[in-house]
Write a protein that binds this ligand. Sequence first.
Ligand SMILES: *Cc1c(COP(=O)(O)O)cnc(C)c1O
Length: 350
Amino acid sequence: MPVRNDLSALEGYHSPQVDVRVRLNTNEAPVAPPAAFRQAYAEAVAKIEWHRYPDRGATDLRAAIAELHGVDPAMVFVANGSNEVLQTILLTFSGFGRTVATFEPTYQMHGQIARSTGATVVEGERGADFSLDIAEVRRVITEFRPHVTFLCSPNNPTGGVDSPELVREVLGLNAGLVVVDEAYGQFADWSALELVSEETPLVVTRTFSKTWSMAAARLGYLIGPKWLVAELDKVVLPYHLDTAKQIAGTLAVQYRGDMEERVRMIVAERERVVATLKTLDIEVFPSGANFVLFRTKSKTGRAVWQGLLDRSVLIRDCSGWPRLENCLRVTIGTPEEDDAFLVALTEVLK
Ligand SMILES: *Cc1c(COP(=O)(O)O)cnc(C)c1O
């Protein structure tokens, strides 16, 4: 049975899950959420009425997220991971006959989900240091008039943060709906959330997978104009967000202080790791996230990745991706994990 012609070239998402001592390949948080959260969750789950559908509007969860950001609950859309948020945006605003702009290299799933909805993806280019040049953004937007334009700040897998000036300029162009993917937003020193309003074609997406230590839950959301959230609510499947997950999210945000403490720790740890990486024979790219991208010099990226794996340290091999020759990405872990990585890397590079 042939798949849709336009899907036959899709490669899908690949990230090997192998059994290793030190796993620093998927940008997860290095530690679990607080024990008090897990206790509260277990108690709440025991009271679920399993024979009933979940609250379709995820009322409590939306209210909790809205309070977190000081916005109206009608400006919050929640889904199963920010990937489902992105998919719902693209089902609603892209699709056949429409165009989606990305600036490469960036998060693979933006282009991949857009293509799965039938849209044409146009790829702008980042500079040699992977920063985004407004002239290039202007060129792509003027030439292709995209229906949806993706920014990713901090950008995965390169780590850089787009400036407020750049995001404001993009909003001033005819860029269609501007999506700023802030999966790592809390690690950066500013957020595009401050630019969201009813009059602006902008949404900011966030996830519980990284900063909230809840990758297992698959929970993400966006903040955007109310009219836009209402459109997404029409497209997403009814009851897509199960009761257990709604409870998990609603409880999680009560532990915001713990999350912010973890973020501070990870940022400090990132600075420590970067300082050591800079002493090695590699090129290190600036990061505002919980991971660092670097490019090997005298050995190939693939060989270094394999050398680390031989020492039971798994990081992300980006070296085969377009524009990322010899690039590897390491997630910041606990100090012990990071030390194990740094020792192994130093050995491999010898
Ligand atoms: C991890 C990541 C996501 C996916 O988040 P989920 O909520 O786990 O689906 C989205 N965008 C970027 C840039 C990411 O790195």
